[in-house]
Design a protein around this ligand. Structure first.
Ligand code: APR
Ligand code: PHB
Length: 389
């Protein structure tokens, strides 16, 4: 088989890139090791920056998101017995859209199928060959049959546990990592959200987040120990702990119900450099991971897709390699700013096992500064809604 761009990974990065390329007549094949059903079974964050919304519009996949997504012009920040509204539009011209990543991925799958896009599911043993040459190719097997795709370029959109990043030689690749000493226990419940906006809460019992998917589907998180497992938490224990971590008036409004999904995610910051090696380009979680606090995972994957899509368009339409040559530089410049914001917001909102009394005082002072200072709020708003591409 031959294609212009072989895309490894059928998550949001790979699907969005494939859809955008197809709108410009650039051929691609997506190799996904799982099934569509499995991929759509993953519960992920649901805060979309305007940059991602614009890419979905350009990809022709924005209708349902624009109909069903909630427009949020701010968020609630709670600490101690305080809770304040941080207004995005007071400081930026952009809201965020609340729309589950699962739904966004579903919309992309539907669009690829409608467009006759080539997606191979249940692929095994994917391997990238001669990435640092003019003639890269990918081998894999499906249903026990070995396959080969000759291509111009390979997009490594296969997430943190994929093969793409490791294709870049250890002598070339540099990795930067910070592992956080806690996890997030998340619950999905068919209950109305506790508040019209998200609530990020720093309580003396640990972090909590009240989020949502739609008017009758809520997503809640509490910081938990890395030694916890979801089975350690009954729904009742989860709800009573969440109520202890959010302001009393919010806790009084909380509608609880059976969890339809309950999972624990570890938190890490991770970046690999470079994001390009020859004709292999890393995109999204294949290249970087953020703690979910700032909701930057999907949104930073989107900016990678933006840079790679435009670099490929420039190559094919104008025979100009500048966009591809600058891909790693441009993508990483924005990735590191998202890493910083996600680390900062995580440091501000969580309780760390080794925090001293002094550390707690500093954290409280920073929260007070954020609550009382418009410039501090502007800095947070500008990062939260998404820095420019
Ligand atoms: N071969 C083929 N597919 C693979 C391989 C492989 N060797 N390894 C992983 N994959 C697939 C996974 O099954 C997954 O569907 O690649 C896809 C990668 O998707 P994501 O992990 O969702 O990464 P990405 O598309 O970059 O999206 C980033 O997703 O995980 C969230 O928090 C993350 O919101 C962020 C967003
Ligand atoms: C979510 O809705 O899952 C969510 C929202 C905001 C975050 C993280 C997760 O910062």
């Amino acid at each position: 088989m031959r294609t212009q761009v072989a895309i490894i990974g059928g998550g949001p990065s790979g699907l969005l890139l494939s859809q955008l390329l197809s709108k410009r007549g650039i051929d691609s094949i997506v190799l996904e090791r799982k099934t569509r059903k499995y991929v759509l079974g993953r519960i992920r964050a649901g805060v979309l920056e305007q940059g991602l919304v614009n890419l979905m519009v350009e990809a022709g996949v924005a209708d349902r998101m624009q109909k069903e997504g909630f427009v949020h012009n701010g968020t609630q920040i709670a600490y101690g017995d305080q809770m304040f509204h941080l207004d995005f539009t007071e400081h930026t011209d952009k809201p965020v859209i609340i729309y589950g990543q699962t739904e966004l991925t579903r919309d992309l799958y539907d669009a690829r199928e409608t467009a006759g896009g080539k997606i191979e599911f249940n692929t095994d043993h994917v391997a990238i060959h001669d990435a640092n040459s003019e003639k890269p190719y990918v081998t894999y097997s499906v249903a026990g049959k070995n396959r080969r795709i000759d291509c111009d370029f390979v997009a490594g959109c296969d997430g943190f546990h994929g093969v793409s990043r490791k294709t870049i030689p250890d002598t070339v690749r540099r990795e930067y990592e910070k592992v956080y000493p806690f996890g997030w226990l998340g619950v999905l419940s068919e209950t109305p959200p506790v508040n019209d906006e998200l609530i990020y809460s720093n309580s003396d019992r640990g972090f909590a987040l009240c989020s949502m998917r739609n008017a009758n589907l809520s997503r809640y998180y509490i910081q938990c120990s890395l030694s916890d497992s979801p089975d350690d938490w009954t729904d009742q224990n989860f709800w009573s702990e969440l109520k202890r971590r959010i302001p009393p008036d919010q806790a009084a409004n909380l509608v609880t119900g059976p969890s339809i999904e309950k999972s624990i995610a570890p938190l890490r910051s991770f970046v690999t450099e470079p994001m390009r090696w020859g004709r292999l380009f890393l995109c999204g979680d294949a290249a970087h991971i953020v703690p979910p606090t700032g909701a930057k995972g999907l949104n930073t994957a989107a900016s990678d897709v933006h840079y790679l899509y435009n670099g490929l368009r420039q190559h094919y339409e104008q025979k100009d390699s500048e966009g591809l040559d600058r891909y790693s530089e441009l993508a990483l410049a924005r990735v590191w700013k998202a890493e910083r914001f996600s680390w900062w917001f995580s440091s501000l909102m969580h309780r760390y096992p080794d925090q001293s009394e002094f550390d707690l005082k500093i954290q409280r002072a920073e929260l007070e500064f954020l609550r009382s200072n418009k410039s501090a709020q502007a800095a947070m708003a500008i990062n939260y809604v998404g820095l420019p591409y």
